[in-house]
Design a protein around this ligand. Structure first.
Ligand SMILES: Cc1cc2nc3c(=O)[nH]c(=O)nc-3n(C[C@H](O)[C@H](O)[C@H](O)COP(=O)(O)OP(=O)(O)OC[C@H]3O[C@@H](n4cnc5c(N)ncnc54)[C@H](O)[C@@H]3O)c2cc1C
Ligand SMILES: NC(=O)c1ccc[n+]([C@@H]2O[C@H](COP(=O)([O-])OP(=O)(O)OC[C@H]3O[C@@H](n4cnc5c(N)ncnc54)[C@H](OP(=O)(O)O)[C@@H]3O)[C@@H](O)[C@H]2O)c1
Length: 377
C-alpha cells in the first residue's frame, strides 16, 4: 500500500471514489449535517487520522441553467479549457466556479459593465461595503442587477476561475474501516435576495449516493495523534469539528493505545444535533473515552459553548495538561477557536496563578512543543 504522501492522485488528477453511504446526522434539526462513506477499494490508497480529503465538486445543473439564462447564453457556445474545446454549459458544470463572488471578479465585471455603484464599492476605503454586498450574493446576482446584453463568451469566461477543491477533515480511521474514508459535512443552504442558495460542494455530496466522487488526500502532519500512545489527549470539536476526533478515537481503540481520552463536543440541541452520539456514549461506557463534556447551545435560554464546559472543568483540565496531555481543536476558525484559545489562557491564569502575559507565553510554548494543535477553517 502506498502512503498518502506517495500516492499519485491530487487535485489535477483526482481519484474517482464511489460514494457508499450518505446519511443524515441531524434528523429533526434546522441544520443539515451529513455522514458520508467513500470507497477506496482497489485503489491502494491510504491516509492517517488528522488528514483531510479534497473533493472536486461539479456545479448543480439548475444553478448553471439559471446563470446561463441570466447572462443570455444558450450553453451550446464553444469554449476552450486547456487545449480542449467544450460546450459552455459543460464547462460551467464541470470546470468553472460560477457562484461564490470574489473582489477580483467584481472588478473584472465592472471593467465591462462600468456601474458607478460597483466602482464606488471597489474603492479601498469602502471595502466593508463590498464585503456586505458580496455576502449572500453570487455571480448570477451581478447579471440580474446589471444585465450585459453585448457580452462575448470570452469576456464571460474571463470572469470565471477554475473550480477549487474543498477540503474535509477525515472522520474515520483506516484501521477501523479498511478501504473506506468517512466525512462529516455541514450542508450550506440559505435564502438571500429572493433566491434559494446552496454551497457547491456540500450540496453536491448531499444530493448523491452510489456515484463516483473525484477526490484526493491532503495530508496534515500538523494534526496528528502523539507518537507516544500513552500520552493523554484533550479534543475540542463542536459541530463538524468532531470529524477528526472520531478518527482519533477509532485509531486509539483499534491500536489499544493506553493514553486517556477527553472529548468536548457541542452543537445546537442534544436531541437533534448530537453527531455520532451513540458512538460517544458507547465509548464512554466501555472506557475508551475517559471524559465527555457536552455543550448544547440552544437547549436553554443562554448559550452554552464548549469553552464554558472547559472553564467548568478547569482544575481537571489543568491536571491533564500538567501530565503532558496534548490539546486539539477543530472546527470554526472565526469565533470558536479564538474563544477556546482564550479559555485556555483563563485556565492557565486561574489554575497556574499566571498573569495575562504569562498565560499568553504559556499557550505559545504549548504550541511550540506541538502539544496544542489546530485544524480550523
Ligand atoms: C482544512 C479544512 C477542513 C475542513 N473540514 C470540514 C469538515 O470536516 N466538514 C465541513 O462541513 N466543512 C469542512 N471544511 C469546510 C469545507 O471545505 C467547505 O468550505 C464547506 O463545505 C463549504 O463549501 P461549499 O462548496 O458547500 O460552499 P461554497 O459554495 O464554497 O459556499 C460557501 C460560501 O457561501 C456563502 N454563505 C454561506 N452561508 C451563507 C449564509 N448563511 N448567508 C450568506 N452567504 C452564505 C459564503 O460566501 C461562503 O463563503 C473544511 C475546510 C478546511 C479548509
Ligand atoms: N446555512 C446553514 O443553515 C448553516 C447551518 C450550520 C452551519 N453552517 C455553516 O457550516 C459551517 C460549519 O458548521 P458546524 O456544524 O461545524 O458548526 P456551527 O453550526 O457553526 O456550530 C456548532 C456549535 O458551535 C456553537 N458556537 C457558535 N459560536 C461559538 C463560539 N464562539 N464558540 C464555541 N461554540 C460556538 C454553535 O452554537 P450556536 O449556533 O447556537 O450559536 C453550535 O452549537 C459553519 O461555518 C457555517 O457557516 C451553515
Amino acid at each position: 500500500m502506498t502512503t498518502s504522501e506517495e500516492n499519485s492522485y491530487n487535485k489535477n488528477n483526482p481519484y474517482s471514489s464511489q460514494l457508499l453511504v450518505n446519511r443524515m446526522l441531524t434528523e429533526g434539526s434546522d441544520k443539515e449535517t451529513r455522514h458520508f462513506e467513500l470507497s477506496l477499494e482497489g485503489s491502494g490508497l491510504s491516509y492517517e487520522p488528522g488528514d483531510s480529503l479534497g473533493v472536486l465538486p461539479f456545479n448543480c445543473s439548475g444553478v448553471v441553467d439559471d446563470l446561463l439564462a441570466a447572462v443570455g447564453f444558450s450553453g451550446s457556445e464553444e469554449v476552450v479549457i486547456g487545449e480542449t474545446k467544450i460546450k459552455l454549459r459543460d464547462a460551467l458544470l464541470k470546470n468553472y466556479a460560477c457562484t461564490v463572488l470574489s473582489k477580483i471578479q467584481i472588478k473584472k465585471f465592472n471593467e465591462i459593465a462600468q456601474v458607478d455603484a460597483l466602482a464606488e464599492m471597489l474603492k479601498i476605503e469602502n471595502k466593508d461595503n463590498l464585503i456586505d454586498y458580496m455576502w449572500g450574493r453570487e455571480l448570477i446576482d451581478l447579471f440580474l442587477e446589471y444585465p450585459q446584453p453585448d457580452l462575448s463568451v470570452e469576456d464571460f469566461t474571463g470572469l470565471l476561475r477554475l473550480m477549487p477543491p474543498r477540503l474535509y477533515s477525515i472522520a474515520s480511521s483506516l484501521s477501523a474501516h479498511s478501504d473506506e474514508v468517512h466525512l462529516t459535512v455541514a450542508v450550506v443552504r440559505y435564502d438571500t435576495h429572493g433566491r434559494k442558495r446552496k454551497g457547491v460542494c456540500s450540496s453536491y455530496l448531499a444530493e448523491r449516493v452510489g456515484e463516483t466522487i473525484p477526490c484526493y488526500f491532503h495530508p496534515n502532519k500538523n494534526f496528528k495523534l502523539p507518537e507516544d500512545s500513552d500520552k493523554p489527549i484533550i479534543m475540542v470539536g463542536p459541530g463538524t469539528g468532531i470529524a477528526p476526533f472520531r478518527a482519533f478515537i477509532e485509531e486509539r481503540k483499534v491500536t489499544g493505545a493506553s493514553g486517556k481520552n477527553w472529548l468536548f463536543f457541542g452543537d445546537r440541541s442534544q436531541k437533534t444535533d448530537y453527531l455520532y452520539g451513540d458512538e460517544w456514549e458507547e465509548y464512554k461506557k466501555n472506557g475508551v473515552l475517559n471524559e465527555l463534556d457536552l455543550a448544547w447551545s440552544r437547549d436553554q435560554s443562554e448559550k452554552v459553548y464548549v469553552q464554558h464546559k472547559m472553564l467548568e472543568r478547569s482544575s481537571e483540565l489543568w491536571d491533564w495538561l500538567d501530565n503532558g496531555a496534548l490539546f486539539y481543536v477543530c472546527g470554526d476558525a472565526s469565533r470558536m477557536a479564538k474563544d477556546v484559545d482564550q479559555a485556555l489562557r483563563t485556565i492557565a491564569q486561574e489554575q497556574g496563578s499566571m498573569s495575562e502575559e504569562d498565560s499568553a507565553s504559556w499557550v505559545k510554548a504549548l504550541q511550540k512543543e506541538r502539544r496544542y494543535l489546530k485544524d480550523v477553517y
